[in-house]
Design a protein around this ligand. Structure first.
Ligand SMILES: O=C(O)CCC(=O)C(=O)O
Ligand SMILES: [Fe+2]
Length: 362
């Protein structure tokens, strides 16, 4: 890195590794800097931020960005540094009540109207034997990478706390797919390298709850195969890429070519991988402070929401997703979720898509 870039970066931000884990960086604007000014500098040299992000394995906790509440376009602007395409949710399979009224690039995640999304249930038991917050599958459920029912899936998400809930609730958990992949026995790495998971759109009747009728869907809403191991297009590192629960297709999958269903060989392999992936050694628990922006790379990390007391607390989060660099695997592909046959984007999805039992992941 050129000395001048380092100097410029130090004028704008401070960076510190996250404590006690092998990935992630916490970033703050230097005293006296505004996000507006920093954005102008980042635009002329995106590496000021991107090098820090990729060196930290694709997890950045940018603290203290209060100006975004009043200037939500700044969230879209910072997002655009991370990829050529900031997604417009009106052009994805997203219901209207989850989209910011003025800025369609912002997804609303909140227990408040109009979103009214409930948090996931508490794990049982609510604490581990050592008194910690459970992170590991299957004690913890809901681990996923964003919108993996689409090819290509989004590269990076930016998740902003307008109104978080008190510490100890409503955390977001992250797991590092590169370390998890590298720690697998060689035989497992070789076995999974050529395999694809089958990822489903929530509410299409393909979830873990066996025995339900499968809902007919439009072509552009169909489950999509995604490699179980993804090679990151920027870092070149291989990472596990898998979800569980409502984001996998348990009717024809979860693993293409292996016995399907919730008790098949595919499920056994997926459960083994998710248990390995979400070991405490590979995970980070983010306790939200107001105005935190957490930027995470969906190509090499998974994450999960946790419970909070939604009768007592309001939680309002804004999210953007960016794409444009999914890697060689997806080269030249058309977007799977864009109808080519004149079908309506959300046709037939209706309320079933938002069945509370499946609301744990997005
Ligand atoms: O609510 C959370 O903590 C996580 C939500 C989530 O999975 C997302 O925004 O992609
Ligand atoms: Fe998510």
């Amino acid at each position: 890195m050129a000395a001048s870039t380092d100097t410029k970066r130090q004028e704008l931000i401070t960076c510190e590794r996250l404590d006690g884990i092998g990935f992630g960086v916490s970033v703050r604007l230097q005293t006296g800097q505004t996000l507006g000014h920093a954005l102008a500098e980042f635009r002329s040299c995106p590496e000021l931020l991107l090098d820090v992000f990729y060196e930290a394995g694709g997890l950045m906790v940018f603290e203290g960005l209060e100006s975004i509440v009043e200037a939500p376009h700044e969230l879209v602007e910072i997002s655009s540094l991370f990829g050529s395409e900031v997604e417009n949710y009106e052009q994805t399979l997203t219901p209207k009540h989850m989209i910011h009224e003025q800025i369609p690039q912002i997804l609303l995640l909140s227990n408040l109207p109009p979103c009214e999304r409930k948090p996931p249930p508490q794990p049982q038991p609510a604490r581990t034997a050592t008194g910690d917050l459970p992170v590991q599958f299957p004690h913890r459920r809901g681990w996923h990478t964003d919108q993996s029912f689409r090819r290509p899936p989004p590269d990076i998400s930016l998740f902003y706390a307008v109104e978080p809930v008190p510490r100890g609730q409503g955390q977001t958990l992250f797991a590092d797919g590169v370390s998890a992949y590298e720690a697998l026995p060689e035989a497992t790495r070789n076995r999974i390298e050529p395999l694809n998971g089958l990822h489903a759109l929530l509410g299409t009747g393909r979830s873990v709850r066996a025995g339900e009728p499968v809902t007919p869907v439009e072509d552009h809403q169909r489950s999509q195969p995604q490699p179980l191991v993804r090679k990151h297009p920027v870092t070149g590192k291989s990472a596990l890429y898998s979800c569980e629960s409502g984001q996998m297709d348990w009717h024809d999958g979860p693993i293409v070519g292996l016995q399907p269903g919730v008790v098949g060989d595919g499920a056994a392999l997926l459960y083994e991988l998710m248990t390995h992936y979400t070991q405490p050694a590979f995970t980070y628990v983010h306790e939200w402070r107001r105005h935190d922006l957490v930027i995470y790379d969906n190509r090499c990390l998974i994450h999960a929401a946790t419970w909070y007391d939604s009768d007592r607390h309001a939680r309002l989060m804004w999210r953007t997703t960016v794409g444009g660099n999914p890697g060689g695997e997806y080269q030249g592909e058309e977007k799977s979720w864009i109808p080519r046959d004149g079908a309506e984007l959300l046709h037939g999805l209706g309320e079933a898509r938002w069945d509370p039992a499946e609301k744990t992941s997005v």
